[in-house]
Structures are given as C-alpha cells and as structure tokens.
Design a protein around this ligand. Sequence first.
Ligand SMILES: [Zn+2]
Length: 375
Amino acid sequence: MNQYLGQSSKSKQSQTTISRRQFLSSSVATVAGLSMVSRLVADEEKTDLATNASKALIAISYDLEMSAGYPIKGKPRNAYPWDHQKGNLNDETKQYTVESCRIVKEAGGVLHSFLVGQVLEHKNVDWLKQIIQAGHPIGNHTYDHVRITAKNPNDIQYRFQRAPWLIKGKTPAEVISENIRLCELAMQQRLGIKPAGFRTPYAFANGIADRVDLQEMLLSLGYTWISSQYRGPSNVNHKNPTKADFDAFIATHKQHQPYVYPTGLIEVPFSPPMDVGAFRARSWKLDDFLQLIEKSVLWAIENRATYDFGVHPSVMYVEDPEFKTIKLICNLVKTAGDRAAIVDLGTFARRARQQYEKQNQKRAQQKSVNNEKCL
Ligand SMILES: [Zn+2]
C-alpha cells in the first residue's frame, strides 16, 4: 500500500475498513464488479483520510487554462489572445501538467485539475485521458471561463463582449448555468467522466457567501462542493518579500480552511499565495515563492490543517520549469510521514462535511441537555 492509500491501519476503525475492503475485493469476480469495488475502496480510503484529524491534508490543484501575460514575460497582458481563448492550451502547458501528475503520483498522491471546457475542442485529448487513467481527478471550470457572479452580460466573459450574439436573449444567470453544463457535457462526451467538483473562474474574498442564488444553482446542478474563495494579504512588499510579508501570508491560512455554507454547499478555498499574484503582480523570484510554499505546507502539517496549492501550469512552466515547487511539497509531505497526505479536494470537502455534522450533533446534544434542565 502506498503513502496516499492510507497510514491509519493501526486504528480499530481502519482495521474494520480493511477487512471490508478485503471482503469486497474477494467477493466480486466480474470486470464490472471489480471496477465498482475499486471505486468503493477508493471511497473508503478518502473517508479514512478525511476522518483522521491527526493528519494534515495537502492538495496540489491546477487550473487548465492559459494565463494573461504568459508565456513571454514583459509583454503587455493584452499581447496574447488568452482572455478570449482561455482553453486554447499550448503544448508546453499540456506537457507540464502530464509531468506534474506523474511526479505527484510517484510521491503517492493525486493532482486535482480543473478544466475549461474549450480545451476539449482540440483535436487530441489523449494527454487528459492519460491523466484520468492514472487516477487524477478533473473538475469543472466552466466552458468559457465565465465570471459566475456577473449580473451584466458584459461582465460574463471577454468572448461574449466581442461576440454578443452567442448569448443573445439569455439572462446572465442562464448563460452561466448553461456554461457550467456545457463543460460537463463536453467532459462526459469527450473524456467519459463526470466532473470532480467545481472551481469558479476568478476568486472571491468571501467565496459566494453573499450569493445564495448561486449556491442553490450549483446544488441544483449536482455539485456538493465548490472552490471559489481566495483572500491574500494586502500591503505585501512587491518584488522582494520580507519575513513580515511571509508571516502575513501564513496568517491567512486559517481563513482558507474548507467549510459549509448555510445552504449545505461546501466551500473549499484555495490557499495563498497564487502564482499569478506572486509572479505576475509582484514579480517574485522563484526562490521567494518556494520559501513561502515551504512555510505554508509546514504550517498545515503543524496544525493538522488543509493547504491547497492552487496554480496554473501555463504560468508554472515558465516560472518553475524544473517542477521545484511540487517536488518540494511532495518531499515535505513524505518527511511528515503519518502526519500528512497529498489528496484530492473532494477529501477536503469530506472533512468539512464531517466536522460540520459533528458540530451539529454536539449542538443538538447540548440543546437536549439544556431542555432537560428546564423541565
Ligand atoms: Zn481560471
């Protein structure tokens, strides 16, 4: 059993789980049955990891899209067509993603990608099939990289500013909902998979806490968790970050733990720093970035918390061509032994759900004790 598949075998609960797994593995012989069994086993392993509060959960997540201002730094961000063609991935971005997945899997983890549906218009999508085959989950990032909070047609996506006829006669809410469905449809038809979660294009300081309509729309589309929240520190030094700047980032990690909105939808924030913020906006050097990532992962391990390293391969292949950052993360998790694991973001969501249900049970018990006192 590799590192990702769980290290909690000493606990009674895990012994029970393993015997269930052994039973499942030995009791079904058909090919279809075996595939169902492997899904059940993977499901149980994720539940084990989510339940084990003594373990920090670390994720590596990639948004599969092109990024303004790349690949040639120094050129004005409008020198490339990416704002209108987010899914027109270049070969370097695809290769970087495939190699990253290989590195993370070798370290016993998975890499969670979020796909802009436009990518599936490319002639060849074998590289994505290869990733899926290796067990890496892929989530929905909308078809055209739309801003789901938009209330005005002009704010939905640059593409629709230039070609408004594509959304003529539809409300922004209809365009957004259809754009999410379109990505699902493309993933099902071209890749044969359902999306593993949803990440909003762009990020919002409070997630979508103040947009109950969007939470309900996503729940009605079948999503139990989303990733929409990011709030980096303000007033951080440009170009040459200091220890105080790093501390300011670390102080935000507590606010980036997964939680449940009152509607029941789970929010899985992605953790600062973001690659575009560090490299494009602040012009950091890779060494500074690496220092902060190391401190961040160590903070998560120390606090048995979650940390999602969410970046863009279209940026990282330019800024970190030798994969130093993900290799660093894999090494830190390996060194942590039983105290950490590299998991998908669905496991973050499971942990949030479990904690939420535990708190609700506690509240209900407390309420019944208080009621008894009043009798
Ligand atoms: Zn994006």
